[in-house]
Design a binder for this molecule. Structure first.
Ligand code: SDX
Length: 424
């Protein structure tokens, strides 16, 4: 296998180095392309373009493989805690028991959110979408933790991991007309979140271990996914030396889009529509195939997974387990399974390699845990936070240059200014 690629055009031959990753992925390094040829490449949506070399997450879309720092998603989802996985992603190794205890303690020491942040929060209307609120509050942290309070990158990493779950629950409590809860440092990370979400001042709240374990698994499954839209956004914003908070806030905004993390909310709304329409899945499969319908089978398809999304497989099994353990019978689960079955036997989906992705079943579990639909993408953000942080940290540690793509101009060529009196 050669370690360079040859390009021949305009009667000249050019050679560019080929780099090979640890999983034998290959890339043509075109860093000198424009200097040597005057040409650039163009690749709408970056479907064939690598932005960086990363040691954090490996995924193989053809084989349905996903590993965080070499550990399989299947093992981590089964055996690890979410904070262990956060440590692994951010610092590169699974923590020893001492490192884990110190990490957990550091986070617990920073769970309280500055009371002035609540004043910002109170300005939002009761029906404000929680993703817009969350990105605004995370961005506001860059205004609070500045100057002598700025702190090190590691301190800001701890602050974000510690405070984002607290702030995430505020929107839900406001939507219910309930008082917000303060974090309870006697609880583990997932139980603390659930307590802040559902505890009421009128009685002690017992976290159901089934619910906490299900949340732990879901957060792990969402923790990182190499250079997806929101992670690429975090890296690009961070490449200008913008703060970690500003970069993560930008990632939250990218994630909110319905083609990305917002899909988990869209899936449940789609399944509810199908249920309200008598459960006629064939009608919706036909609509998804009809380009003029404007309808997409949300939770299906993936830019990279062209076989199956390993996370979707784990979540589908977890949905059965959790709903039966909680004694929840959700008719949309059966509709989802019927849709999946129909699509996987339909040439349109098979030909385009469209399979259920991470968002297809996750909302069914979130709903069974009592989490409202408009909070589903917030849950995705809480899970993805350590991945965003790890990727931002790697980009900074590697001293990557500011991201600034080129373009091919297709607009008007040079022309003279015309006075308004003479314009037609
Ligand atoms: C996430 O990148 C990541 O890793 C993301 C993520 C992560 O962990 O960060 O995995 C999380 O964002 C998962 C994806 C959630 N989004 C959805 O479920 C929305 C529905 N899916 C799609 O819109 C779409 O599949 C994307 C956005 C996920 C991927 O889009 P691509 O790779 O740009 O593919 P495409 O839109 O060009 O589609 C290729 C073909 C097209 O048909 P043709 O033009 O070839 O005839 O497949 C069709 C599309 O019309 N198609 C679908 C479809 N998805 C693609 N048709 C019907 N229903 C769908 N869901």
């Amino acid at each position: 296998m050669s370690d360079f690629a040859e390009l021949t055009f305009d009667g000249k031959q050019y050679k560019f180095p080929v780099i090979t990753g640890t999983e034998n992925e290959k890339a043509i390094d075109i860093a000198k392309l424009r200097d040597e040829t005057g040409y650039i490449t163009i690749d709408s949506g970056y479907k064939n373009t690598g932005a960086t070399k990363s040691a954090i997450t490996f995924l193989d879309g053809e084989e349905g493989i996903l590993r965080y720092r070499g550990y399989s998603i299947e093992e981590l989802a089964e055996k690890a805690s979410f904070l262990e996985v956060a440590y692994l992603l951010i610092y590169g190794e699974l923590p020893t028991s001492e490192q884990y205890a110190a990490f957990e303690d550091d986070i617990k020491m920073h769970t309280i959110v500055n009371e002035d942040m609540r004043k910002i929060f109170e300005g939002f209307p009761v029906n404000a979408h929680p993703m817009g609120v969350l990105s605004a509050l995370v961005c506001a942290m860059s205004a609070f933790y500045t100057g002598e309070k700025a702190g090190s990158d590691d301190l800001n990493i701890i602050r974000l991991l510690a405070k984002m779950p607290s702030m995430a629950t505020w929107s839900y409590k406001k939507s219910q007309g309930h008082p917000v809860n303060y974090p309870n440092n006697s609880l583990d990370y997932c139980s603390n979140f659930l307590n802040m979400m559902f505890a009421l001042p009128v009685a002690a709240y017992q976290v159901d271990p089934v619910v906490s374990a299900a949340l732990n698994k879901l957060l792990i499954l969402h923790a990182d996914h190499e250079q997806n839209c929101s992670t690429s956004t975090v890296r690009l914003v961070g490449s200008s030396q913008a703060s970690l908070y500003a970069s993560i806030s930008a990632g939250i905004n990218a994630l909110s889009g319905p083609l990305h993390g917002g899909a988990n909310q869209e899936v449940i709304e789609m399944l509810e529509d199908i249920k309200a329409d008598g459960g006629d899945t064939d009608k919706y499969i036909a609509m998804a195939k009809d380009k003029n319908s404007g309808f997409r089978l949300m939770g299906f398809g993936h830019r990279v997974y062209k076989n199956f999304d390993p996370r979707a497989r784990i979540i589908k099994k977890a949905a059965d387990d959790v709903l039966s353990k909680l004694g929840v019978n959700d008719p949309v689960l059966e509709i989802a399974k019927k849709l999946e079955e129909a699509a996987l036997n339909d040439e349109y989906f098979v030909a385009r390699k469209l399979y259920p992705n991470v968002d297809f079943y996750s909302g069914i579990i979130y709903r069974a845990l009592g989490i409202p639909t408009n909070m589903f993408t917030v849950m995705f953000a809480i899970g993805r936070l350590p991945g965003w942080i790890a990727q931002w940290k790697e980009m900074r540690a590697n001293k990557e240059p500011i991201g600034r793509p080129r373009q091919v101009y297709v607009g008007a060529t040079a022309r003279e200014y015309v006075d308004v009196a003479n314009r037609k």
